[in-house]
Design a protein around this ligand. Structure first.
Ligand code: ATP
Length: 247
């Protein structure tokens, strides 16, 4: 059984039919990449998994740990162990690093009492564990989040997700807008989190960077999966990369 399975998922924004028959799975412990051009349907896929609305999943099923979670409200999905780090990062710029992390804990405690429709195996990381994973954040505990660099803000957004009980981390374009050197820092952080046992679904337009870390990859185009294979197979598949990823 895969940790996450999407079977023939169709998602809509109102009348707009965006995801078409999307079938994919993410295995426990792996880094799985979902790649595709701007507007291909990557964010819509993540939102369909996380229970965020819109979109609406009108056909097919999303299952997590063998349970059908299609249509489950986002806070219950989150309490069940899936954390989405959205592209826009959503940190609180006027709060310090420590305060941002503390807020994540408050949210976690609430969602644990609100949403018990799913079981969860992992406790969220303690603040000290988070700082051990992200030494940069440790050094900047008292600094306002809005004054961090783009890469540090991305790390803070990921750290907040890990403070919740996360079995599956959904990362939406974590390298977006970052300089190459900073991308490397975020990559290191993603690798450490993976080594620590968290399963990761990594959505990227930056295919080269994503393929480097990923075990397996899917390519999506116009709302449909057009490639499914190992990262190595995608690296060797020039036609797919040129046609759908422009690299
Ligand atoms: P990006 O790199 O822009 O994030 P993406 O692959 O994540 O690209 P999606 O954001 O999933 O793409 O968008 C897929 C399609 O759904 C696009 O055609 C987009 O215009 C449409 N779409 C996205 N959000 C909405 C919305 N709230 N209402 C209507 N259509 C939407």
């Amino acid at each position: 059984m895969s940790l996450l399975e999407l079977s023939n998922v169709d998602s809509y924004y109102g009348e707009s039919h965006i995801l078409r028959d999307v079938t994919m799975n993410v295995e426990e412990g792996e880094i799985c990449a979902l790649l595709g051009r701007n507007g291909a349907g990557k964010t819509t896929t993540l939102r369909s998994i996380a229970g965020a609305t819109p979109p609406e999943v009108r056909d097919g099923t999303v299952s997590f740990k063998g349970r059908d979670i299609t249509g489950t409200p986002a806070e219950d999905v989150s309490a069940g162990g899936i954390s989405l780090v959205p592209e826009e990062r959503r940190i609180f710029p006027n709060l310090t690093v420590a305060e941002n992390l503390h807020l994540a804990e408050v949210v976690r405690n609430k969602s644990n009492t609100w949403g018990r429709s799913l079981s969860f195996d992992r406790e969220g990381m303690s603040t000290e564990e988070v700082y051990a994973q992200f030494p940069r954040l440790d050094e900047r505990r008292g600094q306002k989040a809005g004054t961090l660099s783009g890469g540090e803000q991305q790390m803070l957004a990921i750290a907040r997700a890990l403070k919740q009980n996360t079995d599956l981390l959904l990362l939406d374009e974590p390298y977006e807008g970052l300089a190459p050197k900073i991308i490397e820092d975020v990559e290191d952080a993603v690798e450490r989190i993976s080594d620590d046992g968290t399963t990761i679904l990594l959505v990227e337009q930056n295919a080269a960077a994503a393929i480097k870390l990923a075990d397996r990859a899917y390519v999506i185009d116009q709302g449909g999966i057009v490639f499914d294979g190992t990262a190595e197979e995608l690296r060797d598949d020039e036609e797919t990369r040129e046609r759908y990823l422009g690299v």
